[in-house]
Design a protein around this ligand. Structure first.
Ligand code: SIN
Length: 510
């Protein structure tokens, strides 16, 4: 028989920036929070791998409204302006709060933040740490704070195997697997902060174990999912046969690095007037096209960065040198890779999902700030701003609800089937999509459920693929070769049941 415990505060799944910020905010008013992390802290979350930084209006020349305008322009018609206003208005305080916890942002001699310019930002507004080390340094400061906060209980090697619901559908806790043993945890609120979907694809810059589990768990419980078809491909993952693929940060192109084919020809002028600083989806498609044509794609930072690599971009330098490429004197082979999921569990501005008792924050949520294409360096910011809001709202929940009605843990997809799925997702739901590939992929995914049961990862893949099929246009991260034009701006809001009955629900963006 499975043990049952009752926890008097929110249970948070995931220990990236969103999850830990939610935990700290939840206990701020005197309560407690339980964080379940599938891996040791700092090791399995995308936040700790972020090379960019945090975008916020931190200088006198900038303003939240300017940051909001850039975010909305990048979002290609699908951002929720209210959510964006909140993100950009609360952004500067969120960055300062992390600095106060000890995050060592790069500083000017007068103490102000050193701010970098990134593609599609009208102002220099990205606060960085040590060139390309923002994620790791921010997470180190937050983890130290969590470790020093007794009201936040952390269990590592712990993951969710099902959300528990009472007869009304309210989420009343979850089945966790902790150190290999199953335990039912009843709680007044559950916050999903499980990250994105990179591990569902063969080529990704995110930790491999981040594979849409929160999305699948929420959808299987009946929660509404928003915009699952919008997956962001980073143009320049380092193509050295590693899984996950290390990232060559966009900041290299900001510094003047050039994309070349294997004959040394700079090709971006063929695709966009802004060349290397074109929108991320445009650059990803250009690199995809060059590679598909057999010409290869290489990021040449030998002139732009050269000898400065070891101290300006230490993470990129180490990844290249580890593969026998010296980026000071050699171009870096690059490939597009899944980097971020704009879609996720639909939430309100306080992280509330459509099911009572359920919250989501960070990449696994869809607050409406990322639209069809996330603006660079807005993801850690969203995790901090909306993680705190979700933590505060979930901490205010007191009642646990009724007796859970279904107590079977959900199955896992076996490793061999997962690897086959990952290859199929990269091939057919990748940078360029069409009906033929998506139909083939949907058929392949639908054969997995009778074989392996309702695995959350398979459900996440199904949501992405079905919504990509339904969206017969190209916009932001979603490009259909058979529907290259952009139609009216409409977000997707869908439940698993809607998808199974063939009804993908859309609402016009505000
Ligand atoms: C990068 O450094 O290129 C990634 C930044 C981001 O995705 O926000």
């Amino acid at each position: 028989m499975t043990d049952r415990v009752t926890f008097d505060g929110p249970v948070i799944l995931g220990a990236g920036l969103a999850g830990l910020t939610a935990a700290l905010a939840a206990v701020d008013t005197g309560g407690k929070a339980l964080v379940l992390s599938p891996t040791p802290l700092a090791t399995g979350c995308s936040s700790a791998w972020a090379q960019g930084g945090m975008a916020a209006a931190l200088s006198d020349e900038d303003a939240p409204a300017l940051h909001a305008a850039d975010t909305i322009a990048a979002g290609a018609g699908l951002c929720d302006p209210t959510a964006v206003e909140l993100l950009t208005t609360e952004g500067p305080a969120a960055v300062r709060a992390l600095a106060a916890l000890g995050a060592p942002f790069d500083r000017q001699p007068d103490g102000g933040f050193v701010l970098s310019l990134e593609a599609a930002h009208a102002k220099a507004r990205v606060a960085r740490v040590g060139g390309d080390g923002a994620g790791a340094a921010i997470m180190a400061a937050v983890i130290a704070t969590v470790r020093a906060t007794p009201a936040v209980e952390v269990r590592e090697n712990a993951r969710a195997r099902r959300l528990l619901q009472d007869a009304t559908g309210r989420v009343v806790g979850l089945i966790a697997e902790i150190d290999g043993a199953l335990v039912e945890i009843l709680a007044p609120a559950v916050i999903l902060a499980t990250g994105g979907v990179g591990g569902l694809y063969a080529v990704t810059t995110t930790p491999a174990q981040v594979r849409g589990e929160g999305l699948g768990l929420a959808a299987l419980a009946g929660a509404e999912i928003a915009d699952p078809e919008f997956v962001q491909f980073h143009p320049t993952a380092i193509d050295i046969g590693k899984d996950p693929a290390p990232l060559a940060t966009e900041a290299l192109r900001g510094e003047g690095a050039i994309l070349r084919d294997r004959d040394g020809r700079a090709f971006m002028a063929d695709y966009h007037p802004a060349r290397e600083l074109a929108p991320r989806d445009v650059v990803a498609r250009a690199i995809h096209a060059e590679r598909a044509a057999g010409r290869g794609a290489f990021l040449d930072a030998t002139q732009a960065v050269g000898a400065h690599f070891p101290h300006e971009f230490p993470a990129v330098f180490a990844a290249c040198m580890g593969a026998g490429i010296d980026p000071r004197v050699q171009p870096i082979p690059v490939t597009p890779a899944v980097h971020y999921h704009m879609g996720g569990v639909a939430t309100d501005l306080d992280g509330r999902a459509s099911l009572p008792g359920l919250y989501a924050a960070g990449e696994c949520a869809s607050t409406g700030v990322q639209g069809a294409n996330r603006l660079a360096s807005n993801s850690l910011l969203e995790a901090a701003v909306f993680g705190a809001r979700a933590g505060r709202a979930a901490a205010a929940e007191r009642a646990i609800g009724g007796e859970p009605v279904s107590l079977e843990p959900l199955p896992d997809l076996p490793e061999a089937a997962l690897q086959t799925l990952r290859k199929a997702m990269s091939r057919d739901a990748g940078v360029i999509r069409d009906a033929e590939g998506l139909e083939r992929l949907a058929t392949q995914i639908e054969a997995l459920e009778p074989a392996y049961g309702p695995c959350p990862t398979v459900v996440a893949a199904k949501l992405i693929v079905r919504a990509a099929l339904a969206r017969q246009e190209s916009r932001g991260g979603h490009y259909r070769a058979d529907f290259p034009a952009t139609a009216l701006p409409e977000r997707t809001f869908v439940t698993l049941q809607d998808q199974e009955t063939g009804r993908a629900v859309r609402y016009a963006a505000e």
